[in-house]
Design a binder for this molecule. Sequence first.
Ligand code: HEM
Length: 183
Amino acid sequence: MYGLVNQALQGLISEQYGDEKWNIVKKKAGIEIDYFVSNEPYEDSITFDLVATASEVLNVPSSQILHSFGGYWILRTAREKYGDLMKAGGSNFLEFMMNLPNFHSRIMLIYPKLSPPEFMMDKKSESELIVHYYSSRDGLSDFVIGLFEGIAEMFETQIIIKLLSTEKTDNWHDTFSINILNH
Ligand code: HEM
């Protein structure tokens, strides 16, 4: 994944637990890179190793780290570094979600080697959405839930998310239901 992702993970861990802990995590994960460069692609294993090692060092389940990372990605990384792109995504939760399937095609103009997630939206009503998430990567469901919660928080919207099913064939496929409690 692009360095931007590892930079964000560094931001999350340093802000919540301190720089010292981040340095311990990085060292223990055996990563000999001083600084991640945002527009350089790195092996996915680096990101996954950082999450697994952070879980050990901080004594927090990986699922919880991924969940927090989703929120951080939206509310800090995306909003602070790509505010215009985020604004263009929609002016309320539902609109933003309905535009999500096309979102990373714009990002690919900035990061051409991106291997983006895919989303498919099935709008049941103004307050209920079935979301399909497909990925070439395994095990990011908690990250995705954190992302959706971050988007909801961005629009001050209350939602209830349920993971309905997960299947793994060639790709990872999660199905979520999202109920929107206020608009
Ligand atoms: C301007 C904002 C955003 C930028 C710059 C961005 C960029 C990226 C980058 C660089 C990656 C790593 C993939 C790679 O390097 O191959 C990624 C992955 C991902 N992004 Fe975004 N993204 C943005 C917004 C969003 C939003 C709003 C969502 C909402 C759900 C999202 C969902 C994901 C997911 C789930 C992944 C993990 C990849 C996977 O599932 O295989 N991103 N994004």
